[in-house]
Design a protein around this ligand. Sequence first.
Ligand code: ZN
Length: 248
Amino acid sequence: MEKVKIKLYRIGNLYKEIDFRALEQWNSKIFTFIDDIQTLSIQEDTQGPFWRYLDKQLENIIPKPDNKILSLCIIDHPLEENYYIRRLSDNRVCISIHEIKDILKTEEISLNNYLLRCIYELALVFHSQNSKVPISLYKLAHDENRGCLFDMNAHKENIAKSCNLPILCDECYVKYKAYSVSTEFLDRIRKEIKKINRNLFYIIKAFIQKRPIVSIVLTSLFAIFLNILSSYIFEKIKELFQNIGNVG
Ligand SMILES: [Zn+2]
């Protein structure tokens, strides 16, 4: 199974928002990042309404990739039509974290989850279209929010649903199978995206918020267990020193 090759760019450093090291180390049989992440900058002001960068402006600064490579650029700025993903010419795509970062912060979901969700979506499209990203007359997403990689998320706040344990819904599975994508590839995506979840801290926090009484009982039981364990260890150490004293 050939992996989709991705060249990653960012506009500005974005270190505060994104854990790039974790992103680059994500283990996948679906895609791989080539080279180091390159940082770009836009010198000119926005040309779109509401301070949005237009596709043509991004196309001027994101380098064209070599054959069979997908170029992904991450930006913290509104894009044309306020979309969060813009497909550009020559296999270039721009993903914006503008507004999304605030939505996910409220939901306590990391931006890395969002980026991975977008990357799996784009990797599948790229793979299914013979290493091309189609631009026009190609509808990627369905309007219904199913927590699927291909949810439209016309209202951006819905994005959170597919950034924690996203799925590839049955309709999309069948659709991409019809594009001659192997079941091995599709099943592998389904397996890997199960790992896109909230981190452990937030899982525990959510559990405590949902079930406070159970949490108190569990915490009390754990405290009692720790108490018994420490008493046992203390007695064993005391015995050990007594035995050493007797031998001496
Ligand atoms: Zn779907």
